[in-house]
Design a protein around this ligand. Structure first.
Ligand code: PDD
Length: 278
């Protein structure tokens, strides 16, 4: 694989980042994951916009223009013959002597690499759906910033795995915030319900596109919090993310939703999303 590090395209074995990098020492960095289908970047502009916002919220300088970023994404797709998969991008505040204060003149560290996932859009899991468990949301209060602090989401996925499930929905004050790496939705009486935007959740790029397509298709959307009990009593549920697109959820804490199979709204939105974005 060829990866990108600070202006250079290198074989992955030769790519290096300092041990003093603040991303490594303090999780002082942000990231984006953009899907690639048939060699085409999915919603690149959305990811570039959110990246700029995450950087600004952390007072980190944006080292690349959107055009430069796009060129790097395309170059990596070409150099790695990437057909279906993901591009991971990470920007950290850079390497300086360890200090809690932000350094004044550190140069950001920019890393991008590809991950091949052949047949990503035909993921067979979409036909059976996933099972989720609920866990407390104990993350920090700025989940709208896409930082590389992913320890709790990793622990959440491990808890799900141990419980025989696929993922976890995080719960705060009785209400579902989001999945460990995706936004969460329920459907009741044909209405799509998902938490409103705020500091409590990541503003998903897939979420934004899916809600737009849903409204265009005359589906009713309500952006508000929902409880775990409400979710368990829903007709269906699903998640969205750049890598999962729209993925049906068929079980919450062992309780099957509807017929225990992927619901029609989730399947229809998945189809619309993939048709529109590819
Ligand atoms: N995760 N919520 C969280 C906590 C996320 O980490 C993600 C993305 C999303 C969905 O956002 P988007 O639709 O823009 O991908 C919501 C990425 C895919 C990841 O960590 O791999």
């Amino acid at each position: 694989r060829t990866v990108y590090v600070n202006g250079l395209y290198l074989p992955e074995e030769e790519a290096k980042v300092s041990v003093f990098d603040r991303g490594f020492l303090m999780a002082d960095g942000v990231y984006e994951v953009t899907s690639v289908l048939g060699g085409k970047l999915i919603d690149f502009a959305g990811h570039a916009r959110r990246l700029a916002r995450s950087l600004a919220e952390l007072e980190m300088k944006n080292p690349l223009t959107e055009d430069e970023l796009l060129a790097i994404h395309r170059e990596l797709v070409a150099r790695n013959d990437l057909v279906d998969g993901m591009i991971y991008l990470q920007i950290t505040r850079g390497a300086t002597d360890r200090d809690f204060l932000f350094p004044e003149n550190a140069e950001p560290t920019v890393v991008l690499f590809t991950q091949s996932k052949p047949g990503l859009a035909d993921n067979p899991t979409a036909k059976v759906g996933i099972k989720v468990i609920s866990i407390p949301d104990i993350r920090w209060g700025r989940r709208d910033i896409k930082t590389v602090q992913l320890l709790y989401p990793s622990m959440g996925k491990m808890m799900a795995r141990k419980a025989g499930a696929d993922d976890a929905w995080m719960v705060e004050d009785g209400e579902v915030t989001e999945g460990t790496s995706n936004n969460a939705y329920i459907v009741k009486g044909g209405k799509i319900i998902t938490r409103h935007l705020g500091n409590e959740i990541l503003h998903g790029i897939t979420r934004s596109a899916v809600l737009r397509f849903a409204r265009e298709a005359q589906m009713e959307v309500e952006e508000r919090p929902f409880t775990v009990d409400e979710a368990k009593a829903a007709d269906e549920a699903f998640i969205t993310s750049a890598s999962a697109f729209v993925m049906p959820v068929v079980q919450i804490d062992g309780v099957s939703l509807g017929a225990g199979t992927p619901g029609p709204v989730a399947l229809r939105l998945r189809e619309i999303y993939l048709d529109e974005m590819r």
